[in-house]
Design a protein around this ligand. Structure first.
Ligand SMILES: [Zn+2]
Length: 187
């Protein structure tokens, strides 16, 4: 009987029926077993069997997911980020590209993204579509920058009241800060 799915070590058939090739092996007792979790593929004409390894598909971002992303490029109208985590699903093995358009920052008019995000920032954003590049929104107080670095010395910026400042350079920087900014300064 032919099987649809096998686990490592599971018997697929006997050597007299099919000879093992990729992903299958002869156990020395005349049985063919699987090396992987996968689907056996039978070559009836040549009496060969192989196992096609099943690769677990990663969870892809989709509409309304909340994600964390690292900002890698900022222009006046559009910022580019690398999505590294979907909230509730942990870190991603693959980084996905996200795009934040200046119109997706606030319900109010924003002139330039430079006042909102900068390279090296980590943002919490909402996903607007289900195909890469993922379009992001940071509208709403729970979205925006959750960690920012000083653009001069790269120290983490502290949140003091509603402004971000660098304790080293003793200067303030503009961002659209999320409600839960990670590093709170002393008031
Ligand atoms: Zn600084």
């Amino acid at each position: 009987m032919k099987k649809d799915l096998v686990v490592p070590g599971e018997e697929i058939c006997i050597v007299e029926e099919f000879l093992p090739v990729n992903g299958a092996y002869d156990d020395g007792n005349g049985n063919v077993r699987s090396a992987y979790i996968g689907a056996p593929e039978y070559d009836v004409n040549n009496h060969l069997v192989s196992v096609k390894k099943l690769i677990e598909r990663p969870r892809l971002p989709t509409v309304d997911d909340n994600v964390l992303a690292l900002v890698i490029d900022v222009k006046d109208n559009v910022g580019t980020c690398k999505i590294f985590e979907i909230e509730g699903y942990g870190r991603l093995n693959v980084l996905f590209t996200g795009k934040l358009h200046v119109t997706q920052v606030s319900t109010m008019y924003i002139k330039s993204l430079y006042d909102v995000i900068r390279n090296g920032d980590i943002i919490r954003a909402r996903v607007l579509n289900h195909n890469p590049p993922y379009l992001l929104s940071i509208k709403g107080r729970e979205y925006g920058v959750i960690r920012a670095l000083c653009s001069q010395c790269l120290s983490p910026l502290l949140l003091k009241g509603f402004t971000l400042y660098c304790p080293r350079c003793r200067r303030e920087e503009k961002r659209k800060v999320a409600f839960k900014y990670y590093i709170k300064g002393r008031y």
